[in-house]
Each structure stands twice: as C-alpha cells, then as structure tokens.
Design a protein around this ligand. Structure first.
Ligand code: PLP
Length: 379
C-alpha cells in the first residue's frame, strides 16, 4: 500500500482559500486579539452582502445563534417550539436550554426537509389545545433549503415566527435568494466540517435591526449601559472573537467556488453510482440550488446487496471517512417522551442513507477510488 493510499480522506475537512492568514496577520498587527475588533464588523458586513440580510451578528457557534434567536422571539419555559426531526442535535438543544418543549416534524420525500403538511397539522393541533407554538425552526438539511414560502403560508396567519437553521446551507439558494433570507432570523455555522469554517463560529442574520442589536447585547453578558456592571437580564458569552472572524473573512471570499466544487463532487457520485441497482441520491427540490455540503446516497440492501454500514466499514478499512445520515431526533433517547408528527420518512432515510466524503480539496483520483470501493460492495 502506498503512502498516499493511507492518507485519510475525511468527510468534509477545512479547506482554506488563501487569504485567511493575511487577515489573521492584520488582526495580530492591530493587536485586536481580544474579543471584538474590525474583523468582526467586517465579517458581519460580508455576511450581510452574501445573504441579503440587513443585519448580522457574529457569534461563537451556530448553536449559540439559535439559542439567541429563541430568546429574542420570547420563548419561555414550557413553550412549544417546532423543529425538524431529521437534523443535528445543535438545531434542537437550544430549545431545551430554555426549558421549552421541542416537537418534531418528519421529512417529506422530495426535499428530505420539514414536511409542510405535517407542520400544518401540528400547528392546528397545538393551537386547538391553547398552546400556540412560539417558533418554528426548519433545518436546511445537507445544504438544501426547506420550502420557506410554503412554511410561511402556514405560520403567518397565526403570527408564528420562522427561524431557519441554515447551519448547513451557506451558499445555497431558495428561489434565487440566499438560504435563510425570508425568515425572521436565520442561523449559520462555521464549524470545522461545514462548507466554510472559521475554526468554529456562527452568525445570526435578520432584517430586523432591533433583534440583531439585542443578539449582540445578549451575546456579551447583557450589560446595562452604565460605567459599572449592571444586569437586568441574563445573557451569555457568545460573541465571536476578532481572530476567528479574520479566518471567516477569508472563507467568505471562496463560497462560490466551494459550492461549485461540492456540486461537482455530488454530480460525479451520482453519475457513477446512480445506475447501480439499489443506489440513489438525495433529490434537489426545483425551488432552489442545494450547496451539496455532503453528498448523500441511499442504499437499498436487497437490490444492492450490502447495507450502508457495510459500505461505511469497507471505506473505513481504507482510511476513508463516511457517516450515517443524522439519526432522527424523535428516535433519540434524550427525546423519548417528545411528540413527533409522522416519523417514517426520516427513519427510512436514517436506515438507508450514507454521507460520502465531500471535501472540496479531494482529488479526482481519490473520488474515483471511493466510487470503485463502493461498487465492489454490491453484488
Ligand atoms: C452544525 C449544525 C448546527 C450547529 O452549529 P455549531 O456551529 O456546531 O454550533 C446546528 N444545526 C445543524 C443542522 C448543523 O448541521
């Protein structure tokens, strides 16, 4: 086995664009190492330009951004907050930080995102028992936008706020707009394996200036405007540091290239493997462009002759990382007592799904090798 064959292929590793180090150098030179500084303001402006949101607050993580969004719309202990079941825990844990109750909605088949018909059912149900949901947080799964307009049609008559979990969909579009735009607020993540990374961080975007000012204030311990430390509310230590923002600024510049490359990677897998009996790929809804953060394949065990986990283990033996689809929240032990509307679609996606290596710096040879290994797992 050659040395290069042993080099680990990760699922979605960081991929620097080139200017990050220069921005970090500038941050050092200005001595804005301590929390805030011009890079933070610059990164927020970059993100407004990208998303079309008039205001953005740079934060320590996507989870923090969602937590603040829930605080800002006034979620309180015991309230109902509706979320996608097929998502990452960071989408839902902030609901529990507040002591509110997450209620889960299954995926639809055409986008794998929150099923609007089940959402309508859930909203009607909770209103009929006098517990109007305080917020709805659909996830843009694997970089594909949820059907915001359809969801807004359901929420607007009741004045229920839409907060999009766009942690995975930086660079994706919905009807020509950037992911998240159209919601009251949207949360983005720059965690290590996302399509762009600042080494960890998040952003909250909105067109409502007051809400984003409040997010900044809550993210810095909610200090009253006094020379001494006065607090009338409890806040958090959630602000992004100037050094992290410097890396983020370099990454924003390469988003179009990263989306293009992610989509090429997906197209190649699909072209090579979709014709294999029992293999199929995540659909793209006609209302937008997915960023294909992760290429996701479905495996029909009977037709293909192997389980997704057989493929995962085969790849792992060759030092290649792949990963099951998110395990639905309604099947998580920690949410065993929570309510779910539907559930079968996300359960099926979890059983049959596999996220394939999708790093934008992966070479054509490496991807070819992955494809060959997968083909050999079949009958
Ligand atoms: C990554 C992710 C988050 C959390 O973002 P962090 O920056 O890691 O806190 C939330 N929701 C989804 C769907 C994610 O994929």
């Amino acid at each position: 086995m050659s040395a290069s064959k042993n080099k680990r292929i990760y699922l979605s590793p960081p991929h620097m664009g080139g200017n990050e180090q220069e921005y970090v150098r500038q941050a050092f030179e200005s001595n804005f190492i301590a929390p805030l500084g011009p890079m933070v303001n610059g990164f927020e402006q970059d993100f407004s330009d990208l998303t079309g949101f008039a205001h953005c607050a740079a934060l320590s993580s996507g989870t923090a951004a969602l937590h603040l969004a829930l605080r800002i719309v006034g979620v309180e202990p015991g309230d109902v907050v509706i979320a996608s079941s097929l998502t990452f825990i960071g989408s839902v844990s902030p609901v529990t930080f507040i002591g509110a109750e997450p209620v889960f909605i299954d995926s639809d088949c055409k986008s794998w995102n929150m099923d609007p018909e089940l959402l309508a059912e859930a909203v009607d149900h909770y209103i009929s028992i006098g517990r109007k949901p305080k917020a709805v947080i659909p996830t843009d799964l694997y970089g594909q936008c949820a059907d915001y307009d359809r969801i807004l049609e359901i929420l607007e008559p009741h004045g229920i706020p839409l907060i999009v979990d766009a942690a995975e969909s930086v660079g994706a579009t919905y009807k020509g707009r950037h992911a998240g735009k159209g919601a009251l607020m949207a949360a983005y993540s720059f965690n290590g394996n996302k399509i762009i990374t600042s080494s960890g961080g998040g952003m909250l975007g909105s067109d409502n200036e007051e809400m984003i000012s409040r997010a900044r204030w809550l993210s810095q311990q909610a200090k009253e405007p006094e020379p001494y430390y006065e607090h009338k509310e409890i806040g958090y230590n959630y602000r992004m540091s100037n050094l992290v923002a410097a890396v983020g600024r370099g990454q924003v510049e390469v988003i179009p290239e990263r989306v293009k490359r992610k989509r090429e990677i997906f197209d190649y897998y699909e072209q090579e493997l979709d014709s294999c009996s029992g293999l199929s790929f995540m659909p793209e809804a006609d209302y937008g462009q997915c960023n294909r953060w992760l290429s996701v394949m479905l495996v029909d065990k009977n037709e293909f002759g192997a389980f997704p986990d057989d493929i995962r283990i085969t790849l792992e033996k060759e030092n290649i990382e792949s990963r099951p689809v998110w395990k639905p929240m309604h099947n998580q032990p920690v949410f065993k007592d929570n309510t779910v509307f539907g559930g079968k679609v996300s359960e099926d996606l979890f059983e049959r799904g596999l996220c394939l290596p999708s790093g934008t710096a992966m070479t054509a040879d490496e991807q070819q090798r992955i494809v060959d290994l997968i083909k050999r797992c079949g009958k």
